[in-house]
Write a protein that binds this ligand. Sequence first.
Ligand SMILES: [Zn+2]
Length: 505
Amino acid sequence: MSFASRLPPELWCIAWETMPFADRVTVSHVSRHWRNIAIFCPLLWTHLDFFSTVHSSECDCDFCLYEDPISGEFVHTLNDPPGGTNRRLIAHVTRRSGKLPLSLNMFVGPFSTDMGLLEDFATDLCETGAADRLVSLRIAFDDQDALRSFLYTLHSLPALRTIFTEALPLPLEFRRSSDGHPWRNNYIDLPALQHMVLDSMCWKIILLDDDPSPTTITLPSLQSLVCELTDPEEVRLALDACPALQSLTVRVPPYYPNDYDSDAEFAWRLDAATKRRLSEIRRVAVTAVITVVSERWAIENFGGPLQRDVVLHYDTAYIPLHGFAVSRQLGDIHTFAVSTTTTRDIGPSFVCTMVDHTGSRRRIVFSTIHWRACIPRFLAAARPFIASLQVLQLTAGLVTHFLSQATPLSSLHTLVIFLGRADDLLLIADRLTQSLSRAVPSLSAVQLSAAAGQTVQVPVDVVASLLVCVRGVGPKVLKTLILDGVVLAGDLVVLDRHVADTVVM
Ligand SMILES: [Zn+2]
């Protein structure tokens, strides 16, 4: 008996579970022994990768059309449209997953795809009972009608919690706007859907004269929605459909610098009633803001004063111009923060956060390459509110831009400094040549924070000299020093003269 055949089947299943779908299919064909193990291991068949690259019969790509040498006209090839699919395999292996929840990844090409095939695949999933167990659906597509075609023959996906869609990058001449590409056209029951990302699709449906089915839809559990909204009707349709929405992220449609109509896309404004409805959503974000026109559109439609929590997320190519002025929508600024992050779209970024005493919040996210242009803008945004500012949270490099003897922050009680490296504090201490004790008379807590999951070691002497800078010497000791991911090196007794209590988080 070989070593392989002596291993218990459960161990094989555990080893195979993390493999890509295609490899899981391959191991089920290696030997009769492995096949028996694999097909009776339901967990192996709960994450499925469907693909279809079959061209539609109307496709007019170079593969599907040819030029008749006699007439000179372009005609469709008589053969079957090109491309392939694993539709039958997927429909077959869903039976092996027993009653377990299913996750389905779909890759659908080309630009003009075979819609009937997607409808048939959905019918397969209904017939095998897999549709009732589907909890997660991801579709990457060239053809913006892929999701709509997949949903078309389905009446219900009762367990589905997530829909994530992603338009594959296409050459400029093939890109289309989301107009006219609804994510669904039929009524479909999605009672458990919590998160949906719609890429390059709209909420309007295509009205068919001969289709009497109800067209309105309710997604009673949807909490988080990411989509483009290209006119006020789209906004209302989305709000009507999603009564429980907690988080709305509006994507700015792709911008084409040579297209003079691009600016016209941002001319519309929401009425007061729709803005009031939007304000019931806890958090509203606009991403990929890329021009001054789209920036005004984003602020005036989605970042108004009624809104509790607003995020403006800028494209790398654009320096925020009006964004910091949203601070004026807040009655005061209780907390002002600038931290760093890395986002998928724009890479290393600053996040500038302003929070008022009621908890209303405005956040501006922009590429770190624009920091030099942005510092004066967010300083200007904070300046009218410096009297109310109680909490200041800054990356180490910005501390001396905010704290100076010339600008007293009379209410500031907490200063948080985000440290990237050990010598960040040295730089601050170097730049703070004067004591700030008169600038921050109410300061009672200083917090030093490393990035999440990281540890920064700092000499205790450096911390002590920073505390002298901000608080001066004498009896006015700081109440609390909070260390979050920061480890002090040296004899901590040095701190006793400067701070009453040290808290390690
Ligand atoms: Zn084709």
